[in-house]
Design a protein around this ligand. Structure first.
Ligand code: NAD
Ligand code: GLY
Length: 367
């Protein structure tokens, strides 16, 4: 496979290119030239990422560019209106104009936050994603969901706001902590489950070596996942149908995340656990046969994710209460994404609480 590839996300006037490669940050300014209509760039990042990559990205710009950078504290708490206020003030004080560009340099937290700032500052300025976590590269930097959290719920305030460009450099994954790598693997496995049986089979074969971050194996996988997400988003930008399948495992996963108050269980880990629950419900409804269920479970179990240790364990009733308030509930029914084959999924409205409980039990039995 060639070292640098591009994928075009075709969304009419909101179209953009995703560049995927190995050690490509020195080309950032050249890429930005394609859309930037002034020379102001504001990089929003976080200390762990800045330590490794901020200088390299800044160095790509010649002196005629006004490049400023802001490091927000690491972690989900930074996805807040309070942090957005700081960032607006910073942009205003630096006289940033409507034609300026925001670069989100970091994982999904930075992408969502910086994307929200780009969508709202001066009613919208250019956004460029430079995703540095595996999860952000294969998922959150594509498709335009941006936002911040509210004390009453995650991702409650936000917008659909497409970037002008995405640059995914897989060489930066070498510094990603293993736990974060596994979170990205959760989303990669999800694409295999819901959309691409060949990807799933490939993952089954290579799971041990992929987990060692082998770049030659990772590049085609990251590329394929970006292709899948781009295809889905192109067909259904605002989640009125197909895009909903990307939520496979998310209804259950969000319930776990919410129970632990977004601490101790990361989003990607929760998705891995949530997919176990969704598999269980798919089997109970006879949408998939036992061998498929077992294959699915085996691949997820390879990731070795469990509920956080300690006495604070959820029981079924805690989780059922949370799941009833899920964002995707309509007319009192949970719209679950369930599997119909390896590589195919559909949304199924589920009213029966005992079925949801069976799903959660798939994880609680072990926890
Ligand atoms: P994250 O942004 O917190 O990043 C994970 C950790 O890895 C952080 O500590 C970060 O500093 C560090 N990191 C990132 N890249 C690194 C690198 N190359 N080297 C060393 N350290 C690095 O978490 P995440 O898993 O990337 O994203 C989770 C967030 O994404 C959640 O807020 C979730 O809601 C959101 N999300 C959004 C979408 C979407 O479509 N917008 C989709 C999925 C998830
Ligand atoms: N991560 C789900 C979506 O982008 O729709």
């Amino acid at each position: 496979m060639e070292k640098t590839k591009s994928i075009f996300v075709d969304l009419n006037e909101r179209s953009y290119t995703i560049v995927i490669g190995d050690d490509i940050y020195n080309g950032v300014a050249a890429y930005i030239e394609h859309f930037a209509n002034n020379r102001q760039v504001a990089i929003i990042t976080t200390p762990p990422v800045a330590n490794f990559y901020l200088k390299k990205v800044i160095a790509a710009f010649q002196s005629e560019w006004q490049v400023i950078s802001y490091q927000v504290p690491d972690g989900e708490e930074s996805k807040s209106i309070a942090m957005a206020q700081h960032l607006y003030s910073w942009l205003i004080r630096n006289h940033f104009e409507r034609k300026a560009t925001i670069i989100a340099l970091g994982g999904g937290v930075i992408g969502d936050l910086a994307g929200f700032i780009a969508a709202t500052y001066l009613r919208g300025i250019n956004l460029m994603h430079i995703p540095t976590s595996l999860l952000a590269q294969v998922d959150s930097s594509i498709g335009g969901k941006v936002g911040v959290n509210h004390s009453l719920g995650k991702n409650i305030i936000g917008a659909f706001y497409q970037p002008r460009l995405v640059i995914s450099d897989i060489s930066v994954l070498t510094t990603l902590p293993q736990e974060e790598f596994i979170c990205g693997m959760g989303e990669i496995i999800k694409y295999g489950f819901i959309y691409d049986g060949d990807l799933f089979t490939g993952l089954e074969k290579k799971v041990n070596t992929i987990n060692q971050h082998n770049p030659d194996e990772l590049l085609p996988i990251v590329h394929r996942c970006i292709e899948i997400k781009s295809e889905i988003v192109t067909k259904d930008e605002r989640e009125s149908g197909l895009r909903a399948i990307l939520n496979f495992g998310h209804t259950f996963g969000h319930a776990f995340e919410s129970f632990y108050q977004y601490q101790g269980l990361k989003h990607g880990q929760a998705v891995l656990l949530g997919m176990k629950c969704a598999l269980e419900v798919s089997r109970k409804l006879d949408l998939i046969a036992e061998p498929i269920f077992k294959r699915g479970l085996a691949l997820i179990d390879h990731m070795q994710v469990e509920l956080p240790p300690g006495i604070n364990k959820p029981d079924i009733n805690d989780l059922l209460k949370i799941v009833k308030h899920d964002k995707k509930v309509t007319q009192g029914r949970n719209n679950l994404v369930l599997l119909t084959a390896i590589g195919a999924a559909k949304v199924v409205p589920v009213e029966d609480e005992s079925l949801l409980a069976k799903g959660f039990e798939a994880v609680l039995r072990k926890g």
